[in-house]
Design a binder for this molecule. Structure first.
Ligand code: ADP
Ligand code: MG
Length: 292
């Protein structure tokens, strides 16, 4: 599913520092110094109240817009130092984007929607079609390949949109409320797909309002008023300090659950280690390592 070699697990793949963004007049301070680190192979959920800056952060990470201050390093490249051509190239190389409302082209089939993205990513036409078929097959949608989006369920549409986002074999999959327009069955379908992609090595940063969806991620980061107020490094999904009972630290266990990718048969076990290079040297980090 991830054709290019997955990035080295545990290595920071995305590093955001002191990001600030103010829109318009009167000024709206959408980001007020946001910090975020996503390691290669992580599946991170980003939560926070409406207006807290989640979409803005995702857009800046995707290189769709520029910050006023602060830094975004993607795959070790500082984006603020790039001109717009190089930024677009970095985005094409590294970023896949999934939106709440799918944004599929209605008069193209599922296959054509995905193949178009592969063409834009630089594939030749035959290769683009082959890649699109592969992706739809992998995502369990090959039998719907000829259908237009209007004939698909919401969950299927979002899966096509995810296939499209994967057409350039991105090292970072960004999703902004990908289940926000879906019923619970569609949301479960999309979350299951993200988990399988994650198990296959895909790095994912997903904005969601939905606690249940967030709980499907490996780590939950929380934003408020334009800042990241909880990196989720120490607490896990439900580890807020006001939670009742003994905090369960998933990092203490010698090894995490074994996930068998239903698509590839590849076994992936969550492991744990301390990242001595992190700004918080006391914090243990989780990373995904492959089983035999
Ligand atoms: P979230 O995704 O967490 O709901 P956003 O990042 O969309 O938050 O928005 C953060 C703040 O910035 C909000 O107050 C929003 O109204 C404002 N904002 C976002 N985009 C724009 C824009 N293009 N122009 C003006 N204000 C914006
Ligand atoms: Mg938003």
């Amino acid at each position: 599913m991830v054709d290019h070699p997955p990035p080295d697990p545990g290595v920071p793949h995305l590093v955001v520092r002191g990001l600030r963004k103010t829109y318009g007049a009167p000024p709206v301070r959408a980001l007020r110094g946001a910090d975020l680190t996503v390691r290669a192979g992580e599946f991170v959920a980003l939560m926070g109240p409406s207006g807290s800056g989640k979409s803005t952060l995702l857009h800046l990470v995707a290189g769709l817009d520029r910050a006023d201050e602060g830094t975004v390093a993607l795959a070790g490249v500082r984006t603020e130092e790039l001109n717009s051509t190089k930024l677009a190239r970095l985005r094409r190389r590294h970023v896949g984007l999934v939106f709440q409302f799918f944004h599929l082209i209605e008069h193209l089939s599922a296959l054509e929607n995905v193949a178009l993205a592969a063409l834009i990513a630089g594939c030749r036409p035959a290769e683009a079609t082959a890649r699109a078929r592969d992706l739809l097959d992998t995502l369990g949608l090959l039998d719907r390949a000829a259908e237009r989006p209007g004939a698909l369920s919401g969950g299927q549409r979002q899966r096509v949109a995810i296939a499209r986002a994967l057409a350039n074999q991105p090292t970072l999959l960004l999703a902004d409320e990908p289940t926000g327009a879906l019923d619970s069955a569609g949301a479960a379908e999309v979350l299951d797909l993200f988990r399988r992609l994650h198990a296959a090595g895909q790095t994912i940063l997903m904005v969601t309002h939905n606690r249940e969806v967030a709980a499907g991620a490996e780590r939950v980061v929380r934003m408020r008023d334009g800042c990241v107020v909880d990196s989720g490094e120490d607490s896990g999904v439900d580890g807020e300090s006001d939670d009742a009972g003994e905090p369960v630290d998933p990092l203490v266990a010698p090894s995490g659950p074994l996930w068998v990718d239903a698509l590839t048969g590849r076994r992936t076990r969550l492991r744990h280690r301390t990242d001595a290079g992190d700004a918080d040297p006391g914090g243990a980090e989780r990373y995904v390592g492959s089983g035999p």
